[in-house]
Design a protein around this ligand. Structure first.
Ligand code: PLP
Length: 376
């Protein structure tokens, strides 16, 4: 079956007891044992498993074409599990432009636990090859990256990982499985912040891991252990909300992508804009690789204005339809001055504004940007 069909049906069944077409929310934290001590319904305690989480995990695995889906309480909890599943002394390679939370988690938490890490520019996969060490166990890719929308060649990275006996994990939050399927390109693990396009309405936090390997492989067993014992799990209601959003994922992402392409063209032609970072543009240095591995270019873009932070902040201060807020993937368009969100260690250009395109009409979004970019 095709993606749209799977997105409507994966993890959703008419409920046996009631005939309900949508799932009920099972709030119970604990479940009764039978007289012989077994758990006849398969549920024991909600941190270990819950019907709403089981359904969401089935949907995650189905949409990314993996063997196992794991649901977490946030994208960061999912990211933390991947790195905690490695051993002290292992080496990992990450992109030098990536979600700042991942960078800080490696630097401030995992390096203290003895994980070695290198951050390289993954636009050229030879930089990854050159960073390999005998103890490299994981290559972490994010493509497109946050916030510069750099593109890494997933198939090339998968080959490098395979040759060295390491795994490749891909943060697929921005592309979504509507446009990009890392497992089909050779990756071993896909990660999502479900807070973004999966949830899609800026009202629920969540994270996902989907693995190519099955649960009896020790690495995947450890991910499951960290989920259950670490306890970074989503609530039943969080799971219900995300599952409810998945049937519209494709519709939303297609509309957001169409609008983002037009906004990128508009900005690229604007005299006050010095750079537009969007991989659909022929001028983007990752365009060819993106066109090879993505079926569409997504609803996220960033652009730069001359004059650094002052000008960028001024432009952001003048929008009326876009909301000045962090995060992405919701129905409402957002704009943010990224460097000030990332803090003093940010490497993001000071004149950069990041935009998440929502579901408003293109004409209204362009009118808003146009007014904001006017000189006063
Ligand atoms: C938001 C985001 C994360 C972190 O997810 P949370 O749900 O906020 O914990 C990780 N990676 C990317 C690319 C993101 O955009």
């Amino acid at each position: 079956m095709k993606f749209e069909t799977l997105a409507v049906h994966a993890g959703r069944e008419v409920e046996a007891g009631t005939g309900a077409v949508t799932p009920s929310i099972t709030l119970a934290t604990t479940f009764e044992r039978a007289e012989d001590g077994t758990f006849p319904h398969g549920n024991l305690y909600t941190r270990s498993g819950n019907p709403n989480r089981d359904a969401l995990e089935t949907a995650y695995a189905t949409l990314e074409g993996g063997a196992v889906g794991l649901a977490f309480g946030s994208g960061m909890a999912a990211i933390a599990a991947v790195f905690q599943a490695l051993d002290t002394g292992d080496h990992v390679i990450l992109p030098d432009d990536l979600y700042h939370g991942t960078r800080f988690f490696i630097r401030d938490v995992m390096q203290r636990w003895g994980l070695a890490a290198d951050f390289v520019d993954m636009r050229d996969h030879r930089n990854v090859e050159n960073a390999l060490r005998p103890n490299t166990r994981l290559i972490w890719a994010e493509t497109p990256t946050n916030p510069l929308l750099r593109i890494a060649d997933i198939a090339a990275l998968a080959q490098i990982a395979q040759n060295t006996g390491a795994r490749l994990a891909v943060d697929n939050t921005w592309a979504t499985p509507v446009w990009q399927n890392p497992l089909a390109l050779g990756a071993d693990v896909v990660m999502h912040s479900s807070t973004k396009y999966f949830g899609g309405h800026s009202d629920v936090l969540g994270g996902a891991l989907i693995t190519r390997e099955s649960e009896d492989v020790p690495f995947v067993t450890r991910l499951r252990q960290i989920q259950k014992l670490g306890g970074g799990v989503p609530s039943p209601f969080d799971c219900w909300l995300i599952l409810r959003s998945l049937p519209t994922l494709s519709l939303r992402v297609r509309a957001q992508t169409e609008t983002a392409g037009k906004v990128a063209d508009y900005l690229a032609a604007h005299p006050r804009v010095t750079a537009v970072h969007y991989p659909a543009l022929k001028t983007h240095d990752g365009h060819a690789v993106a066109a090879k591995q993505m079926r569409g270019f997504g609803g996220m873009l960033s652009f730069e204005v001359a004059g650094g932070q002052d000008t960028a902040m001024k432009v952001a201060s003048k929008v009326q339809l876009f909301t000045r807020a962090t995060s992405l993937g919701g129905v409402e368009s957002l704009i943010e001055h990224r460097a000030s969100v990332e803090g003093v260690d940010s490497k993001t250009p000071q004149g950069l504004l990041r935009v998440s395109i929502g579901l408003e009409h293109i004409d209204d979004l362009i009118a808003d940007l146009s007014k904001a970019l006017d000189r006063d």
